[in-house]
Write a protein that binds this ligand. Structure first.
Ligand code: SF4
Ligand code: FES
Length: 384
């Protein structure tokens, strides 16, 4: 570790570098009810959300810890009336702020306030390339507001990214999604194949794509990139179909941390599912202690905790054994090799989850809820 890992006032270098980024889930409230939401099935109630002062204290500590980027997320962060005040505190501390939003509730006045407060960038979610599928996935009519939000962000001169969670029902629209992002003036498009946690795991049978549709979508991405567009495309791998796990979070407690709406500090946004993790509260402990010393952040750091086959696998330095939350959710053992890995003794569980859709309407370039068999009624995300 270099000098960057030495905290102000610390006498000895720390064995871990400081986090580069923090995800602040300001609220779990949201006007949308996306069927793939990775927020907990048990959402944090409004009455348990941290107040402005508590978040401001956490942001100051994050800056002192060495965090560079602050992602303000939810739920829908625009539902926090104090959002501009929080952005201002973060900016004054030198944090680069990125607002992750559905765009619902973003008026010209609000964009102006956020920009004046120092907001760095906006990431806007879209559910589909057309209003009718978007309505089905988000559980309501938000299309016009999202398109208007994209325009407001661009007119304010803020960098705009689009994020689309991909699944069986919108993978056939990848080309249209890329063209839409380009037309809306986005600089970056994140095509994030669904990660199956939270509501997405509950709706997995409804969302799971078949391999042929995935491969067509990937070819569309390659073709679009080959056109030399300035739109940067990020393709988040569909790990269930790849036979190799994702290097989740870039390694446990290695690059970033999350603070949930009630102040729980987590090595990843889903880690609340892990038994015995006992996430520390950012309102009670310092972020410095949480990052460097708390048992929750130490638990899967490094490689010593690994079982075989990860323990002796050369790929452990690249993928860190995959995702701890997925390992637990699919095997009941948080230390198991991620079943997305073809070397996992539980890999068949992932293969079985994809198999009902093998061959699904393989000739159709555009599966839709109307044309695809619907193995499960989707559960819409609901707020207590
Ligand atoms: Fe990665 Fe473990 Fe699979 Fe090796 S066995 S590829 S380290 S998940
Ligand atoms: Fe928690 Fe992957 S989502 S480690």
């Amino acid at each position: 570790m270099g000098a960057a890992g030495v905290m102000a006032g610390a006498r000895t270098p720390r064995p871990v570098a400081p986090p580069m980024a923090m995800l602040a889930e300001l609220t779990h409230r949201c006007p949308l009810q996306c069927v793939y939401c990775s927020n907990p099935v048990q959402l944090v109630a409004r009455s348990a959300e941290l107040d402005t002062r508590a978040w401001a204290r956490i942001f100051r500590q994050a800056a002192r810890l060495g965090v560079l980027q602050l992602h303000l997320s939810g739920g829908e962060p625009l539902l926090r009336r104090d959002l501009a005040e929080l952005v201002r505190v973060a900016s004054e501390e030198g944090l680069y702020t990125n607002l992750i939003t559905s765009g619902v509730g973003l008026s010209q006045r609000r964009v102006g306030e956020l920009k004046d407060a120092g907001l760095g960038a906006v990431q806007l979610s879209f559910q589909a390339a057309d209003p009718s599928l978007a309505r089905e996935i988000a559980g309501g009519e938000f299309w016009e507001e999202k398109v208007a939000a994209a325009t407001l962000v661009r007119e304010a001169g803020l960098p705009l990214s689009l994020n689309v969670v991909l699944h069986r029902h919108n993978l056939g629209q990848v080309r249209e999604l890329m063209e839409m992002a380009d037309a809306l003036g986005a600089e970056r498009l994140e095509l994030a194949n669904t990660q199956f946690y939270g509501w997405a795991l509950a709706n997995r049978a409804f969302l799971m794509p078949d391999r042929a549709t995935l491969e067509r979508a990937e070819r569309e991405v390659d073709a679009f990139r080959a056109r030399g567009s300035s739109l940067e495309i990020l393709w988040v791998i569909p790990d269930y179909h790849e036979g190799r796990p994702k290097p989740c979070m870039g390694g446990w407690g290695r690059l970033q941390l999350t603070v949930a709406p009630d102040g729980r500090a987590l090595p990843c946004p889903v880690a609340y599912v892990l038994p015995g993790l006992d996430p520390p509260l950012a309102t009670e402990a310092t972020l410095d202690w949480i990052w460097y010393d708390s048992p929750a952040f130490q638990r899967f750091r490094g490689f010593d905790w690994m079982q075989e086959p990860c323990r002796s696998c050369a790929r452990r330095f690249e993928d860190f054994g995959g995702c701890r939350c997925q390992a637990f959710l699919l095997t009941g053992d948080p230390e198991a090799t991620d079943p997305a890995c073809a070397f996992s003794p539980h890999h068949e569980r992932v293969v079985a989850a994809t198999s009902p859709h093998r061959g699904l309407d393989a000739a159709s370039p555009r599966p839709s809820p109307a044309s695809s068999p619907r193995p499960a009624k989707p559960l819409y995300r609901t707020y207590p």
